[in-house]
Design a protein around this ligand. Sequence first.
Ligand SMILES: O=C(O)C[C@@](O)(CF)CCOP(=O)(O)OP(=O)(O)O
Length: 320
Amino acid sequence: MKKTARAHTNIALVKYWGKKDKELIIPMNSSLSLTLDHFYTDTSVEFKEELTADNFSLNGVSKDAQQITNFLNLVRKLAGITTYAQVDSTNHVPTKAGLASSASAYAALALAASSAAGLTLSKKDLSRLARRGSGSACRSIYGGFVEWKMGTGDLDSYAVPFQEEVDWDIRMLAIVLNDAEKKISSRRGMQTVVATSPYYPAWVKTCHQDIGELKEAIEAKDFERLGTIAEENAMKMHALNLSASPHFNYFQPETLVAMQLVEELRAAGIPCYYTLDAGPNVKVLCLEKDVAQIKAKLAEAFNQEQLLLAAPGPGAHLLA
Ligand SMILES: O=C(O)C[C@@](O)(CF)CCOP(=O)(O)OP(=O)(O)O
């Protein structure tokens, strides 16, 4: 039976940037993210006896299905089936531009594939399954503020909702600088820093502290504190990249221009903070009431269609 699921991407405020176990995708530290409404993936899966291999299409274009097959093998094992599947995915996320399209993609695939295979997984087990596709995907099973508890292995490394109903006018304004493929994949980037950055042990320690303080800031609705923690955590993550060997970074000239404009806005009294992932895009954390002024300032360097506004979004759910 064909099943279709929708999952939204999430942006980490305390980042996942390094694996303890590459095969099972166990992280070196816990992370905490905000699921967004604007960017999502719709994926349908149908297991069909007549297929002789898995078929995969992305945005209507047939793609290599190897990664999908590796993931579906986990589902087939759980369900005790050997049938191949037709998988069709539509991404409403600028692909591979650091907007974590893999997060929404694998969360939607986990839900659609497990449902189509006749499984009714708990959200915990759905999060564990999504994690095997892409680490950050385990957080997109839930909406709002979500914590990925690092755990020690496959059984206890999964996301839990921290605050699914966000009654706060917090917004994320993504400045899409370049929706081309990013230079260094997240997978390769984090592998390099774990192996070579002298700052890596300090990163793990600081994330543990940041998560505790971030939770306090969310509970207190202290936006300045939340923004400061998120912005500084992102900079610490990118410091790992700059201190790796070979060093690398995801910045483009426009990335620094965007960061500077946000700093000028803050100096003018508008609370807004930036975060960056494995791409040149800058995401501005702000409050609904300040969006117009922030967009006006960013217009100094970017046109309006580059500015994508997102609010807190829902967890993964079946559409059909
Ligand atoms: O989302 C975050 O916590 C921070 C990042 O987005 C980068 F800034 C990491 C995303 O890594 P992902 O694509 O999940 O890696 P995978 O497990 O190797 O597939």
